[in-house]
Design a binder for this molecule. Sequence first.
Ligand code: AMP
Ligand code: MG
Length: 403
Amino acid sequence: MEFLRLAKREEVYLNYFTLFKPLGTEKVSIFEAFRRFVARDILSPEDVPPFPRSTVDGYALIAKDTFGASISSPSILRLVGEVKMAEEPHKKLESGEAMRIWTGGWLPEGADAVLMLENSSLNGELLEVYKPVAPGENILKIGDDVKKGEVIVKKGFPIRSQEMAILQTLGILEVEVHRRPRVIIIPTGNELAEPWQELRPGKIRESNSISILSLIKDYSEKVERHPIVPDDWQSIKSVIKRNLAAYDLLLLSGGSSKGVGDLVTSVIEDFEGGEIIYHGVSISPGKPTIFARIKEKPIIGLPGHPVSSFVATYLFALPLIKYLQGDLNFKPDHLGFLELGTDIPSKPGREEWIRVKREGNKLTPIYSESGVISSLVKADGLVRIPENVEGYHQGELVEFYPV
Ligand code: AMP
Ligand code: MG
């Protein structure tokens, strides 16, 4: 049997938006929020800084009093005190006066700038100013950093280290984020042996599940691996049925092609609400990938060949896992453009993902069948050849996706 119509990769991504909904939300402590995606805009409850602050060690003063100051003709100000750290200044500054202040100290009322220590010298109570300062220089006014009511983190964006810092600055210790998916990986195939079993003739050790698992683990709430399921219609059906409720995403490995032993699509269609959205994608490797759902629940049928399984997980399963946790920027992204050390031919009509070795900024393709797992081990990344491009020449700059 042949694939009737192959879906384009971008088309599949677009359909994530229409077919699946991001998971529900939960409140988590900011300490648990790293790399989670916020479910609604987070607004600042207060101004930062909450009081005007000096950004240097020096003297708080009125900028106007320093205009025209120079080494040969310094402005002379009178030192009237010191602003202690973590204390509110007790005095309002008048024209002709200065107060000692430290980095982060509270700017006294009346002052509008801070002179850096090194541009002055102090003789008793008299401060000689050698350089003019502009109004606003070396200070942060109330709300200069963050204004009350300002959006700090936008819906659909992740909490990175810097967002964690600003949330803690604002005293926001809990955030609402999307749940991360619970995923089950179900390897299928009569020829597969569990890795700890003795290898009988004709069998191979199952290996896709562990590479799928390691690719998605950091993006999921939990990932379980089901024991190997034989290519048997009833067995596949009952495994899906038993696990449908407990997981947010089912990843089947193998049996996704159109051969006689490939049962995954027919099993899914047999469920009430079972629907095959796409069977076959216009990419190589990874063509025999299945996108399906049973009612609302997404299922991806990943190809059995180890390289295809890896590429399809990277291009489709991982983006779906990201989308389900509220990441609106879920598409795989390249690291930038690197130079090809040799030509890469490619047939137009399908987007190709070529394994490449990277040496410095030069890439060399690694060719082999999609069943050859060692080719992935030798690779440092993938290069994308768009559907309508007939290969690239040596020296051309190409998109490099590290894996
Ligand atoms: P399938 O997609 O089931 O037709 O499998 C295609 C090829 O991938 C066959 O040679 C399988 O033996 C191999 N294969 C399928 N599943 C796995 C797996 N979980 N681990 C390693 N190889 C697999
Ligand atoms: Mg199989």
